[in-house]
Design a protein around this ligand. Structure first.
Ligand SMILES: [Zn+2]
Length: 314
């Protein structure tokens, strides 16, 4: 059995699939799904056919457009991370011994009754160390997803984040880094909100409680977890609601015109001026200095990696 520290480190060193067209959260989402199974005391190995609907739903909601069509890839490829020390596969030898690059299809995973789960060393440590599942889940969420989505993703993956986290040596070190991160976050927020004159650039929300802006947040256009920098051209001042919708990919900004584009997947029963979709096609409230405005490169990333394609008709 591995120690709790070794297990946490194993989650820190997965190779996320990255491609030219954006960021691939396939493996992190599969790991969260598997952590949820452990937390609920379900068997170590899950048949691909049983995991498939949940994985598909998670990818559809939190992954780039169409990522659910490649749901078999993390289930299969996670096995090659750390030489199989993290993710274990039960499959016919003929399938397992295929040369790299010859990945089985979804149909082959189904018909060969392929099952997967954490390696027994990892699995037994997760099940016997109180709070370790929660600590690992926090680690994955913090590394790959913006905080606006943590609760939603955990709930969809069936993980209870309320469970007190295992507190060990690496968690203490992690906590020691936090003040620096907090300071950076606070500076970024202040600079972005000031550039947009303390209002939501989509809906003009600008409530203050006393002198303090309330419900207003600085969003990263290219997620911080995907390498997006803490600079104004990668930031937007958004109300809490529009921040969440932006991180979910319900809308984006057209990179050249900077107009609001809602996804055709975003549906609302309320139409017209009071409706949730009323800002579709509108220009946003922009900072006056050109150099503080959103940069097309970051908006391109959001359009390709986060936005739920396609856009609603104008
Ligand atoms: Zn707003």
């Amino acid at each position: 059995m591995k120690s709790a520290i070794e297990v946490l480190n194993a989650f820190d060193t997965i190779r996320p699939a990255r491609a030219a067209d954006g960021y691939k959260p396939h493996k992190p989402l599969l790991l969260l799904l598997a952590l949820g199974r452990v937390q609920r005391g379900e068997p170590r190995l899950v048949p691909f056919v049983d995991a498939e609907p949940l994985l598909k739903a998670l990818l559809k909601e939190f992954g780039p457009t169409d990522s659910e069509s490649r749901r078999h890839l993390p289930f299969w490829h996670l096995h090659t991370d750390q030489d199989g020390a993290l993710w274990d596969l039960s499959a016919p030898a003929a399938l397992l011994n295929r040369p790299a690059g010859n990945t089985p299809t979804i149909g082959e995973l189904r018909s060969n009754h392929v099952a997967g789960g954490f390696h027994p060393d990892i699995d037994s440590c997760l099940r016997t160390t109180p709070g370790l599942v929660s600590a690992c889940a926090h680690r994955i969420l913090g590394k790959y997803f913006p905080s606006t989505l943590h609760e939603d993703i955990a709930m969809a993956a069936g993980i209870d984040l309320e469970e007190p986290s295992w507190v060990g040596e690496p968690v203490v070190q992690y906590a020691a880094q936090k003040p620096e991160k907090r300071r950076r976050n606070a500076e970024f927020r202040e600079r972005v909100l000031r550039a947009y004159e303390f209002r939501c650039c989509v809906c003009d929300f600008d409530l203050r409680v006393g002198h303090v802006p309330a419900g207003l947040e600085a969003a990263h256009i290219m997620w911080h977890t995907a390498g997006g920098p803490d600079i104004e051209p990668n930031g937007l001042s958004l109300c809490a609601l529009h921040h969440k919708l932006f991180d979910l990919g319900a809308f984006t900004l057209e990179p050249m015109t900077l107009k609001v584009l809602f996804s055709e997947h975003a549906v609302s029963g309320t139409r017209g001026l009071s409706g949730a979709l009323r800002h579709h096609g509108q220009s946003i409230h922009l900072p006056t200095p050109l150099e503080l405005r959103p940069a097309p490169d970051f908006l391109d990333w959001h359009l390709k990696s986060v936005f739920k394609k396609g856009a609603r008709p104008a």
